[in-house]
Design a protein around this ligand. Structure first.
Ligand code: AMP
Ligand code: GLY
Length: 422
């Protein structure tokens, strides 16, 4: 089977690495990929945003199955473009990607389907939004409705900050994503991510993980795409994973089906574990990054067979096996991230790091230049290790991190701290 993977980050390297092990695979192509993905797939320089070129390439190269990894392409309808060209693909479709594309849609769905989440209202003008924020009390959470590259959420400590955030969004501070906003109650607790796979009718659990969103040790500083993760997450024991499936994932897939919007693809459930139990923070229509980098090393079964079953409506016949081991990944980033950062510095120590026991280094923002691998992104590498517990996985990952260098490299030194504290 000839497979096309669309994307170029650490998540895509982890997916490519897992797909490359499939006995069903004859050829793996990635567009556009990165220097790490190039070790397991053929990379073609087609930007993930050029849907027409991706479809033409897939047809010309007799691609049997395409995997779309990123929210931006799913929400913009790449699945629909590829399927219209006759290329079987893992979605969701543009219509079903509203699961991630509209926070307001998801909040309304929670009410309809009885899914626990924070109290909220949707607004298209500032005055009513400010008045409602006041009734919720502070802190209060203000969100732009559409995709805003993970930056569309402001937690306002008091009325002054809330009013400022509301005006900022309606004045276009987050671009078009702010033409509608959601004002919601602040939930206090520990966050966790849970992943499931749906074929539109059947849905199976994947695994849980915990991300580290803030840039600094101890969870301080600005939000990022994620600075490290581990799986399984002790905050989500098997009993809570069952709650996640029964009270969140299954009612969501059923509500989509009832709307005539079959949801086929990965569901990423962002949960806040509050004193009153788990509540939905958000849904994403894809694997998390860096959560995917800790799910894939734990997956024993064939990823390609699972993704195909999701596309083909046969997930009920699938049984996935997972390793008991803990996987932990440390994101190595370039100085300045999540703001602006330098590019083009040569990375050393990759081969030595990859030889350590249990270690796999997934690439995010890297590029091959001659014989060198250089850093070209904010998040550059995901240094990942399996271990018998968090202590061992963490020690192995940081031993590998310590062998890798480039000018301006940094990482958090405390990935896994919540699990260790328990
Ligand atoms: P989102 O883009 O919806 O994932 O929100 C980004 C981050 O904002 C989440 O990962 C949470 O840390 C935080 N957040 C969002 N909504 C809430 C809420 N209602 N209460 C507390 N924190 C929230
Ligand atoms: N790690 C957070 C995300 O992928 O959205």
């Amino acid at each position: 089977m000839r497979v096309l993977l669309v994307g170029s980050g650490g998540r895509e390297h982890a997916l490519a690495w897992a797909l490359a092990k499939s006995p069903l695979l004859t050829k793996l192509v990635c567009a556009p990929g990165n220097a790490g993905i190039a070790q397991v797939a053929e990379c073609v320089p087609i930007p993930a945003t050029d849907f027409a070129a991706l479809a033409a390439f897939a047809v010309e190269n007799r691609i049997d199955f395409a995997v779309i990894a990123a929210d931006a392409q799913l929400v913009a309808g790449l699945w629909d473009v590829l399927e219209a060209a006759g290329i079987r693909s893992l979605g969701p479709s543009k219509a079903a990607a509203v699961l991630e594309g509209s926070k307001g849609f998801v909040k309304d769905l929670c009410i309809e389907a009885g899914i626990p989440t924070a109290a909220y209202r949707r607004f298209t003008a500032p005055d009513a939004a400010k008045a409602f924020a006041e009734t919720l009390g502070y802190p209060v959470v203000i969100k732009a409705d559409g995709l805003a590259a993970g930056k569309g959420v402001i937690i306002a400590a008091d009325k002054v900050e809330a009013d400022k955030a509301i005006d900022f969004m309606f004045e276009g501070g987050f671009g078009d994503s702010g033409h509608e906003i959601v004002v919601e109650e602040f939930m206090d607790g520990e966050e966790a991510s849970f992943f499931a796979l749906s074929d539109g009718t059947h849905v199976i659990p994947l695994a849980g993980a915990q991300d580290h969103k803030r840039v600094g040790d101890g969870d301080v500083g600005p939000n990022t795409g994620g600075m490290g993760a581990y799986s399984p997450a002790p905050v989500l024991p098997p009993s809570l994973e069952q709650v996640a499936m029964e009270q969140f994932i299954k009612p969501t897939v059923a509500a989509f089906a009832a709307k005539g919007l079959p949801y086929m693809g990965v569901l990423y459930l962002g949960l806040m574990i509050t004193k009153a139990g788990p509540k939905l923070v958000e849904y994403n229509a894809r694997f998390g990054d860096p959560e995917c980098q800790v799910l894939m090393p734990r997956l024993k079964s064939d990823l390609l067979a699972a993704l195909l079953a999701a596309r083909n409506g046969t997930l009920d016949k699938l049984n996935l096996e997972w390793r008991e081991d803990v996987a932990l990944t440390v994101v190595m980033a370039s100085k300045g991230y999540p703001g602006s950062y330098g590019k083009g510095h040569v990375i050393t120590g990759l081969d030595a790091a990859a030889k350590l026991p249990g270690v796999t280094v997934f690439h995010a923002g890297t590029e091959k230049r001659g014989n060198d691998i250089v850093a070209i992104g904010g998040r550059v590498l995901n240094v990942t290790a399996l271990g018998k517990d968090v202590v061992q996985a963490q020690a192995r990952a940081y031993a590998a991190v310590d062998l890798i260098h480039w000018e301006g490299a940094f990482c958090r030194r405390d990935i896994g701290w919540r699990a260790l504290q328990r």
